[in-house]
Design a protein around this ligand. Sequence first.
Ligand SMILES: [Zn+2]
Length: 232
Amino acid sequence: MKKLWYLMLTSIVLLALFSTMAYAFASEHQVHLMVVEWYGRGKGRVIIYSIPSEDDSMTNPDYKLLPFWWHTTIKYWINPKNNYGFSTSAVVTTITSAANTWDDQTSFELFAYQGTTRKSAGVRDGYNVVAWGLYINPQVIAVTYIWYTGDTIVETDTRMNTLFKWSLTGESGKMDVQNIMTHEFGHWCGLDDLYDDKDYWLTMYGYANYGETYKRTLGLGDILGLQARYGA
Ligand SMILES: [Zn+2]
């Protein structure tokens, strides 16, 4: 039995709503927006009983697919502006590493980093952006916005909430950028969260904790999910 101080993090599908705005390239199909919030700062302690005591991610084949995914290479930009003292190069290295962790497991040309930007995440502007920004819900660590039409994603942004402390090195009491972004990029790839305790060691496990870094590397289920969409 394993007792953990635990953040009650949960990634939920907050809304999948019809867009009422007229988007330039949504001529035939309506574009929908799904927001995946990742919660933290839950109060209280949760005792977890059934988390595997040893990392079994390399033998756990579990994954769950979202009903939409990118059908083309994902061009993305990084806004490195931060209040944590991270250099631009360190931010870019960390976040591109998270994306490449997925790209390395498929022959599909999945992610194509385009450079830095001053654009915000969470705005439908034709740019796929990773950025820090304030998110009004103080329990949300990171939020991924997915705009899609039918089964095709047309834009993805991830905002890392500036209400949290962030680290590039897995420091305790802070959210590790690569850990969180590897998980969030999984959503960009069309993977959904897993909530069963038995899936704890997978990157797409839907809970996270301060100082955690094990989601930087993919487990078997993460890879199988990716390859279900993009091939080996
Ligand atoms: Zn998630």
